[in-house]
Design a protein around this ligand. Structure first.
Ligand code: HEM
Length: 510
């Protein structure tokens, strides 16, 4: 006992983060702040100048190995981890074990050659040509045919609607089109219940729960069939069944198309064409990883974007001016022509202020708020922190966007202007790519980044050209502590008609 206390006093002195407790390490603080975890981590990081070390189990040996977590948002450390010493910082065994039941060895959850091969094959899906096609075929169609009429109907009935739910359905439909060439139309009037989407949500939630428990505990719960592990098992079964059906149909379609010489352009078909003998399990994980990546991330970013606009009418006004100016040039002065069809690729490309506003949203509300890497060999980070082999590094994407040392004293302000060139005509991006990691950075940078911007811009422009939104009275907007930064109770809004600037006003952007 005395020996333990002496050891604990020594380890406590060597750690730099929030208070650690005997045996439980930093877990009590984590539990106490579980409803505001990202803000808590950001506060800790600000206090510790960008990096701290803590342990999730104050037990000899563990506290220096698997139990030791280095938390950072320092751009120099991020560049080191994500690019310079990429091979030393894989996802690693802890992350892979936690996510394996849901994601298998898919691109999100693999390292080394398994990851490299999937990355190379999937990258072919994200060329400019396929992005244009995808936008025309899946994104624009679902906006014009379904999102726009649903919002018009809400406006007409003066009914509050959960915008986050509509956007989740829209991006789910889009990513299914891209992943396996079929739009399930979950965004439809009446908003039907979708078993796959529901099971998927339950599975991610149960998976995240594993993260806050020591591995031994969740593994024991899995073995005994207790608590959320039961949800996980059942939901994964449901998700697998849905995807097995899709894959079997696709295999049949593909073989009958080969006979006719026709080709399929979706992601699954690309993998199937590479090698015929892939197991359904492998293909299932390819699809599932992409659905996870492409479905929730852009819809939650859009939800935060629309909410931020309700709080910042000046920014909303700037966006409307920009869209009106571009459309006056491409379609003439009649606003009826502006809403006659969704925006074209070339029109979207010119919406620089809108891109800045979306980037500013992702700075403050990154869709993936925290991420983690495993340390393969002993290393020293650029800020001098020693990271031992076997420990892990959590890089807080949320805190990186709220680092006052990088973004200045006004870091909490929603200011799209900080993304523009000095003449305000171009998109400058962040000064340092490792200061803004909402799309990750280095070799594992988000594969869908360009598609996501394209999709978010078309959705944003289509909605804002037709409507202004107000948050429904009494509705509380709150972060949900999940893998993805959802709004806990969604985003209930009222939909109003938009009054557009016309004639000289739009052309001059005044
Ligand atoms: C606003 C929208 C999006 C954001 C903020 C975002 C963010 C991210 C982040 C942070 C990662 C790194 C995750 C990790 O390694 O743990 C990532 C990876 C990835 N994203 Fe996105 N993403 C978005 C949209 C999309 C879309 C629409 C797609 C696909 C259509 C996509 C496909 C991917 C893929 C495949 C990876 C894995 C890359 C790899 O490990 O090599 N993302 N994304």
């Amino acid at each position: 006992m005395v020996a333990y206390l002496i050891w604990f006093a020594r380890i406590r002195r060597s750690l730099t983060g929030p208070r650690v407790w005997p045996l439980l390490g930093s877990l009590p603080g984590l539990f106490q702040n579980k409803h505001r975890m990202h803000d808590w981590i950001a506060e800790n990081l600000t206090m510790c100048k960008g990096t701290y070390q803590t342990c999730i189990a104050a037990v000899p040996y563990l506290a220096r190995m698997q139990g030791l977590v280095t938390v950072t948002c320092d751009p120099r450390n991020l560049e080191h981890i994500l690019k310079t010493r990429f091979e030393n910082y894989p996802k690693g065994p802890t992350w892979q074990a936690v996510f394996h039941d849901l994601l298998g060895d898919g691109i999100f959850n693999s390292d080394g050659d398994t990851w490299r091969f999937q990355r190379k094959t999937a990258a072919l899906e994200f060329t400019t040509r396929t992005l244009r096609q995808a936008m025309a075929r899946w994104v624009s169609r679902s906006i014009e045919n379904r999102l726009v009429p649903i919002l018009a109907s809400c406006q007409l009935k003066n009914e509050a609607v959960d915008l986050q739910d509509l956007l989740l359905r829209l991006t789910f439909d889009n990513i299914c089109g891209l992943a396996f060439g079929k739009d399930p139309e979950t965004l439809r009037p009446g908003l039907p219940f979708n078993g796959f989407a529901w099971a998927f949500d339950r599975a991610t939630e149960a998976t995240l729960n594993r993260f806050i428990l020591p591995a031994i505990i969740w593994k024991l719960k899995k073995w005994l069939g207790l608590g959320l592990e039961v949800n996980l098992r059942e939901s994964v079964k449901q998700v697998d069944k849905y995807l097995d059906d899709v894959i079997c149909k696709r295999k049949l379609e593909l073989s009958s198309q080969q006979e006719r010489g026709a080709t399929h352009d979706d992601l699954l078909s690309r993998f199937m064409r590479k090698k015929e003998g892939y197991s359904n399990e492998f293909l299932r994980h390819v699809a599932l990883n992409f659905i996870l990546a492409g479905r929730d991330t852009s819809s939650v970013a859009l939800s935060w974007f629309f909410w931020l606009l309700t709080q910042h009418p000046r920014v909303e006004g700037e966006i409307i001016q920009e869209i009106s100016r571009v459309l006056t040039e491409t379609r003439g002065r009649d606003p009826a022509a502006w809403v006659s069809r969704a925006l074209e690729f070339e029109e979207v490309d010119r919406l620089v202020y809108l891109k800045a506003a979306l980037s500013e949203t992702l700075r403050l509300y990154p869709s993936v708020p925290e991420d983690s890497k495993h340390v393969v060999a002993d290393d020293v980070l650029p800020d001098g922190t020693f990271v031992p082999a076997g420990s892990s590094v959590t890089y807080s994407i949320y805190s990186a966007g709220r680092n006052p040392a990088v973004w200045g004293a006004d870091f909490l302000e929603f200011k799209p202007e900080r993304w523009l060139t000095p003449d305000k005509k171009g998109f400058a991006g962040p000064l340092d790519p490792y200061a803004f990691v909402s799309f990750n950075a280095g070799p594992r940078i988000c594969l869908g980044k360009d598609l996501a911007y394209l999709q978010m811009k078309v959705v944003a422009a289509s909605v804002l050209l037709r409507h202004s939104l107000t948050v429904a009275p009494g509705h509380v907007v709150q972060q949900k502590m999940s893998l993805t930064l959802f709004m806990e109770q969604g985003l209930k809004v009222h939909v109003h008609p938009r009054v557009l600037p016309v004639g000289e006003e739009a052309a001059l952007g005044t």
